[in-house]
Every structure is written in C-alpha cells, then in structure tokens.
Design a protein around this ligand. Structure first.
Ligand SMILES: Nc1ncnc2c1ncn2[C@@H]1O[C@H](COP(=O)(O)OP(=O)(O)OP(=O)(O)O)[C@@H](O)[C@H]1O
Ligand SMILES: [Mg+2]
Length: 447
C-alpha cells in the first residue's frame, strides 16, 4: 500500500528535491507551494503524512497543520522550519504535530523519522478491506464478498419459515448466523431456544427436546416442557446436529414432517409451531454415507443450507474483525489501543486460523490484555516459548511428518474437547480403535 504524502514548501529547490527523494522512497507525493493551496488540497484529498513548512505565504503552517489533523486524525504531521524557535515548535506539537525538523536537514534524517512512525502506526483498516469497506449484519462483522453473499442469503431465508442448516468449521460464526436469522424473522418477538446436541448425553436429550410427563421415568416427579414447546412460535437452534442419536433422529423427523410430537411417557399429541435452524461442523453428507445420520432427516434439515467459509478463505475479514475485537476488549480495561502495526497485520493475515474467528478473538483478547503499548505489534502475537503463534512461515520449514503430526494433534485435541474427553466416543468419531487412539495420544504426548 502506497502512503500518500502532502508536501507544503514555498522554496522551489527544496520542494523539488524532497519530492524526488520521497517518491523514490515509495511515497505518493502531492507537492504544493503555499498555505492557501495546501488548505484546498487537504480538504479534497486524504493523506497519511504531511510535511509542512511552518512559515508559508498565504496561510501559515500551523493553520495548515490543524486542517490536516482535522481531516486525517491518524495522519502524521512533520514540521520543517528555519525559524527553529521553541515557541513555534511547542505550538506545532500542541496542534498535533508528530515531530519537528530544523532546516537545513539531510533527507536521510527525514526518511528515518518517517520509517519510525510507520512501524509504530496503526494501519487504517478500511483501506485494506474489499470494496465497500467493513460491514455489519446483526452481530456479524465482515468485509469479504463471500460473507456478503452469506448475509444476503440470511436476509432472504429469514423472511421464510424454511428449515435451515448452517455448515462451517469450528468458530466460523454458526451460532451468530442462527441468531441473525431468528432476529430478522417474523418470529423475533418469540424465543430462540438453543440446544447443543453434543453437550447433552443422548439418554437425556430426548427428554430435553420433547419434555416428559409426570412419572415418565424414575425421577420425573412432575411434568416438564421440552425445548420444542418452549420455542413455540419462535425458533429452535439445534447445534451439532450431526451428533444426534438414532432415537432422537426419528422423533425429530416426525416433528419436521407433521409438526407434532408427544412428551416422553405421554399420550397427548402436542403441536409445535417452531422454525428449526440446525448447525454442524461435520459434513452431514459423510455422516449419511457412514450410516450415522438418516438420509430422510438430512434432506429435511437442509432445505436451505448456509455454508460459512473458513476465515483463511476470506482474509479480507481478518483485519476488520481484529479491529472489532481490539475495541471490544480494550474498553473494559480502559486501555488506549489504537490498532495494529503493519507487521502485526501481516502476521495475522498469513496465519491459517484453524480455529477461525474464535481463535482470532482469543488471540486479540490475549494481546490486548497483556500489552503495555498503544499499538499491537508482531511480538504481541507470539507465544511465550517463541513458537510460531499465530502464523509465521515457520510451518513451511517443518518436515512432512512433523507437519502431519501438528495437524493430527490439533484435530485430536479438538475432537476430545468436543466429547468432553470421552475416549471411546472420540475413537468412534475418528474411525479408529480405542487402542489406536491411545497409542496416538501417547505418541503426540497428549496422554
Ligand atoms: N463475522 C463475525 N463477526 C463478529 N464476531 C464473530 C464473527 N464470526 C464469529 N464471531 C465470534 O467468534 C466466536 C465464535 O463464533 P460462533 O460461536 O458463532 O462459532 P461456531 O461456528 O458456532 O463455532 P463452533 O462450531 O465451535 O460452535 C464468537 O465469539 C462470535 O461472536
Ligand atoms: Mg457453535
């Protein structure tokens, strides 16, 4: 990204030499000769840097400086003057000047000064975002076209009552999408009830979803409404729907087809006016092929499918999200953090984010909490042991075996986390025996 610089200098030779040197250094330079012209240009265009002579014809340098800072609050203003009195320096710094050079000065001094500022300065996020800049939809922040299309789809399906399946890797925002659908729909004044199918043991899930009558089983001392009933006229969000057991799948299929069910231990048929939104990290097609998910249920669930792309496939979203999370976490801490420096941006952009937005959020939260600076730099994004977190190129320096082990380890950890550490369940999901799983855990020192 080329930095835009305005140079205001009435002395022609200095103006021309500085223009040449700065252009060579990579700046896009706009050179003007007097104060009035400078005020006009500053009003019309935006700049990253101003290099200002303090003593100018037609309008003085301080006035130009103030106009520049008003139009470019993050812009860097450097003053040049042959009249290096303390008073004019103090006035310029008070008006937002970043530094001060006494004429004559070697060009190198100026260039070093500028490089120093740019290493410190937060990058303007809007500039990096794809056309249209950063957008918001419900609680979703995005800049990518991919997410733009997802949001259009959300807006369309929200108007209907169709059953929606949201597919995406962990941390891509499936729950946010479910909430956006509900809150944009006609059902918004009624509840959105969430159930995580993976978190509730199968034996309890049926009662949880459909409720039970008094005496339905030992311990059922009174009748209890299930989540379907609680969601009446609203929406039910079934998270990790790929983990549903067979019995619940059958009952769910019936609700989707006939809009009715019975509580456990009950004979009374209950009508449910519920919009079903489900989500999964797995490819449900594979679950169907493997015989774990009923095909007829699968087609009922995925009337409309919303696929959330992984963060690494929509890098335009990374910096706007980072900025959003900086703001979110710095406020409660009362920290003044202005953004990310260019190297930190590069690091975030280069990383592959296996945990997607959730991982990015955690990285920013940690950086904001621990930093003592007002700009986050690349050092704020490396782990204590100096490992490549997040993302440097070092992964490419790994042998194939180590790279595969790294991936295997992350995946095993994730699966184990999701099943609450139950080895037999994890082995089942991974399609390996418990013994093989045990060996792998030992090998990867996850034991
Ligand atoms: N586009 C986004 N804008 C703002 N925040 C986001 C966005 N996407 C995800 N997040 C945040 O990232 C975190 C993870 O999102 P969410 O819980 O919706 O992901 P998920 O796909 O349901 O993950 P999992 O499969 O692990 O349950 C949340 O804190 C959420 O607020
Ligand atoms: Mg989720």
């Amino acid at each position: 990204m080329q930095q835009r610089l305005i140079l205001v200098e009435d002395e022609p030779i200095l103006r021309v030499t500085l223009t040449n040197d700065l252009t060579e250094e990579g700046y896009e330079v706009t050179a003007v000769a007097d104060g009035a012209e400078a005020l006009r240009v500053v009003e019309e265009q935006t700049f990253d840097v101003a290099l200002l002579d303090l003593k100018l014809p037609k309008a003085d340098g301080l006035t130009v400086l103030r106009a520049f800072k008003a139009a470019n609050p993050l812009g860097i203003a450097i003053m040049m003057t042959a009249y290096g009195t303390i008073q004019s320096a103090v006035a310029a710094m008070k008006a937002g000047g970043a530094d001060y050079l006494l004429k004559p000065f070697p060009t190198d001094e100026l260039l070093i000064l500028l490089r120093g500022f740019f290493a410190q300065r937060p990058v303007k996020i809007e500039k990096n975002a794809a056309h249209g800049g950063v957008r918001k939809f419900g609680d979703l922040i995005y800049a990518s076209e991919k997410m733009g299309r997802v949001c259009e789809l959300i807006a369309t399906v929200a108007r209907s009552d169709a059953t929606v399946l949201i597919q995406g890797e962990t941390g891509t925002g499936k729950e946010l999408v479910a909430r956006a659908i509900h809150s944009q729909s006609e059902r918004r004044d009624f509840p959105l009830i969430s159930v995580s199918c993976a978190a509730i043991p199968e034996s309890l899930l049926e009662a949880e979803l459909f409720g039970h009558e008094k005496g339905a089983f030992t311990g059922a001392i009174r009748e209890r409404k299930g989540r379907f009933e609680l969601a009446h006229r609203g929406s039910l969000f079934l998270d990790e729907v790929g983990d549903l057991g067979q019995a619940v799948q059958a009952k769910l299929l019936r609700v989707l087809q006939e809009k009715e069910f019975e509580r456990i231990g009950g004979a009374r048929t209950i009508k449910a006016d519920v919009r079903l939104i489900s989500a999964t990290r797995k490819r449900l097609e594979d679950e169907v092929l493997a015989g774990r998910v009923r095909e007829d249920l699968f087609y009922r669930l995925k009337v409309i499918t919303i696929i959330l792309p992984p963060l690494r496939n929509r890098t335009e979203d990374i910096l706007p999200l980072a900025e959003h999370f900086i703001e979110k976490y710095r406020r409660p801490l009362g920290k003044e953090i202005r953004g990310l420096n260019p190297e930190a941006c590069q690091r975030l952009l280069a990383y592959h984010w296996p945990g997607n937005v959730r991982e990015l959020e955690a990285a920013i939260q940690q950086a904001v909490t621990l930093t003592g600076k007002d700009v986050l730099t690349q050092e704020d994004f490396s782990s204590e042991d100096g490992e490549s977190f997040p993302g440097s190129q070092s992964e490419h320096a790994l042998s194939l075996i180590d790279a595969v082990r790294g991936t295997e380890r992350r995946y095993l950890e994730e699966v184990l986390r999701n099943v609450g550490g139950q080895r037999s369940r994890a082995a089942e999901i991974l399609g390996i025996s418990r013994k093989t799983l045990w060996k792998k855990l030992k090998l990867l020192s996850l034991e």
